[in-house]
Design a protein around this ligand. Structure first.
Ligand SMILES: *[C@@H]1O[C@H](CO)[C@@H](O)[C@H](O)[C@H]1NC(C)=O
Ligand SMILES: *[C@@H]1O[C@H](CO)[C@@H](O)[C@H](O)[C@H]1NC(C)=O
Ligand SMILES: *[C@@H]1O[C@H](CO)[C@@H](O)[C@H](O)[C@H]1NC(C)=O
Ligand SMILES: *[C@@H]1O[C@H](CO)[C@@H](O)[C@H](O)[C@H]1NC(C)=O
Length: 377
C-alpha cells in the first residue's frame, strides 16, 4: 500500500514537475529504500535516553552504567543504559517500527537511515553541567551535523532533506542542569537568579532546536522534567534526613517546565511546519510515586538498587564512590531502579502514553508521538 502510494506520488511528481531523477534515485540503494518505510528517529539528551554513548568516552563511573546489575532483566547484560532494561526511547523506536537505534559512538555504526542516538548520561543543555565527563547538548548537535552530511552524501541534498523533515527528534534534557549544582561543589547557582538560570538552559535548548529546524527537522518530541527533588538521590541530601523532597530542585524543574511549554507554543507560531509533542513526565511520575499500587507497583519512593535511606546513595553496582549496595528481588515492583533512574516497567508505561496518549487526559499534547510518526493524511 505504502509502495503504491509512493509510486503514485512519483508519477504525480513526474507529470507535474517533469523531473524523473527524483523517482529514479529512490530505486538505487536497497538499504535506503528499506529505511524509507518509516520516519527516522534522532535521540538527544541525558541518561533517560542514553543507550551506551558514555561507554565510549573517558568519564567516571558516575556517568556510566556498563556493569552489572544494569541491564539485568531485559538484555541480561549491561549495555550502558541506566535501568534494569529498556528505556523510553527503545519502546518508541519499536512502536515506530524501527530497529533498535544504536548509540552514535558505538564502533561499527556507519548507517544512519533509521536515525541514531546522541544522548549522554549526565548531559545538560549547559556546557558547564558535569563538564568534561559527558557529551553536552552542543556536542550532540555537532554529531548530528555529521549525520546530516552523511545523509546528503548518500541520498543527495533533496532526498536527505526529505528524510530529515519526516524524522522525529526526541529530547530529554535539563534534569542535570538543575541537579548538578546540588550534587557537586559547583557555585553556578549563586551567580544567577532562578529565572536567569532557567532562561540560560531554555536558551541553549532553543538554539539546538532552531539549528535542527534549519537542516530540515520539523517534528520534535519532548519530555518535561520530573519532580527532581523527590528522586532518592536528592532526598538524601536534605540535612534533616526526614525523607521529604528537596523542594528547591523540584521548584527549578517546575519553572523549567513552564518555560519549555511556552517556548514550544512560540516556536510553533514562529517556524513554519514546526510540530511538537510535549509529554507531562512530571505529573505522570508523581502519580506513580504517590499511588504505586494503582499502576502495578509496590514501592514508589525507595529505589531497587543502591544503599542508605531510600537507597538514595548512588552506589548501584558497587563501582562508584560508595561500594556497598542492596539490590531488590523484582525490579518490576519498583518505580525507581537506582537513586536517579527508573525501572523498565515504569519507562514502558510512560512510553505507551507518549506514543498514543491517554483516553482520560491530555498527558501528551498537541500531538502524540504516533501522530508525528504516522500523520493522518
Ligand atoms: C581516553 O583515555 C586514554 C588513556 O587515559 C587516552 O589515551 C585516550 O586518548 C582517551 N580518549 C578520549 C576520547 O579522550
Ligand atoms: C566538595 O568540596 C569538599 C571540600 O573541598 C570536598 O571534601 C568534597 O569531596 C567535594 N565534593 C564533591 C562532590 O566534589
Ligand atoms: C547558553 O549557556 C551559556 C552558559 O553555558 C550562557 O552563557 C549563554 O547565554 C546561553 N545561551 C543562550 C542563548 O541562552
Ligand atoms: C521535614 O522537614 C521539613 C523542614 O526541613 C518540613 O517542612 C517537613 O514537614 C518535614 N517532613 C516530615 C515528613 O517530617
Amino acid at each position: 500500500m505504502a509502495r503504491l502510494i509512493s509510486s503514485l506520488s512519483c508519477i504525480l511528481i513526474l507529470t507535474i514537475l517533469l523531473f524523473p531523477t527524483i523517482c529514479l534515485s529512490k530505486t538505487q540503494n536497497p538499504e535506503s529504500q528499506a529505511a524509507e518505510a518509516s520516519a527516522a528517529l534522532f535521540i538527544f539528551g541525558d541518561s533517560f535516553f542514553d543507550s551506551g554513548n558514555n561507554n565510549y568516552i573517558n568519564t567516571t563511573t558516575l556517568d556510566q552504567a556498563n556493569f552489572w546489575p544494569y541491564g539485568e532483566t531485559y538484555f541480561k547484560f549491561p549495555t550502558g543504559r541506566f535501568s534494569d532494561g529498556r528505556l523510553i526511547s527503545d519502546f518508541i523506536a519499536q512502536y515506530a517500527k524501527l530497529p533498535m537505534i544504536p548509540p552514535f559512538l558505538q564502533p561499527g555504526v556507519h548507517q544512519f537511515y533509521y536515525g541514531v542516538n546522541f544522548a549522554s548520561a549526565g548531559a545538560g543543555a549547559l556546557v558547564e553541567t558535569f563538564q568534561g565527563a559527558v557529551i553536552d547538548l552542543k556536542t550532540q548537535l555537532k554529531y548530528y551535523n555529521k549525520v546530516v552530511i552523511w545523509l546528503r552524501h548518500k541520498l543527495g541534498n533533496f532526498e536527505a532533506k526529505m528524510r530529515l523533515s519526516r524524522a522525529v527528534y526526541l529530547f530529554s534534557i535539563g534534569s542535570n542542569d538543575y541537579m548538578s549544582p546540588f550534587l557537586t561543589n559547583s557555585t553556578i547557582l549563586d551567580s544567577y537568579s532562578e529565572s536567569e538560570y532557567v532562561g540560560m538552559v531554555i536558551g541553549n535548548l532553543t538554539t539546538v532546536i532552531k539549528k535542527i529546524y534549519s537542516r530540515g527537522g520539523r517534528k520534535f518530541g519532548f519530555l518535561n522534567l520530573p519532580p527532581l527533588g523527590c528522586f532518592p538521590g536528592l532526598r538524601v541530601l536534605k540535612p534533616d534526613k526526614n525523607g521529604s523532597c528537596l523542594e528547591k530542585v523540584s521548584m527549578l524543574a517546575k519553572l523549567h517546565n513552564r518555560a519549555l511549554s511556552k517556548l514550544l507554543v512560540k516556536l510553533e507560531n514562529q517556524l513554519l511546519g514546526f510540530k511538537y509533542s510535549y509529554y507531562d513526565f512530571n505529573s505522570n511520575l508523581k502519580q506513580r510515586m504517590n499511588r504505586p499500587a494503582k499502576y502495578g507497583f509496590k514501592e514508589g519512593k525507595t529505589a531497587c538498587c543502591g544503599t542508605g535511606q531510600f537507597r538514595g546513595v548512588f552506589s548501584c553496582g558497587g563501582r562508584r564512590i560508595v561500594k556497598e549496595f542492596q539490590l531488590c528481588e523484582n525490579p518490576s515492583e519498583y518505580v525507581f531502579w537506582d537513586s536517579f533512574h527508573l525501572t523498565e516497567k515504569l519507562y514502558k508505561q510512560l512510553a505507551d502514553e507518549m506514543w498514543s496518549g491517554s483516553p482520560y487526559s491530555d498527558v501528551v499534547r498537541p500531538y502524540s508521538l504516533k501522530n508525528l510518526f504516522f500523520p493522518r493524511v
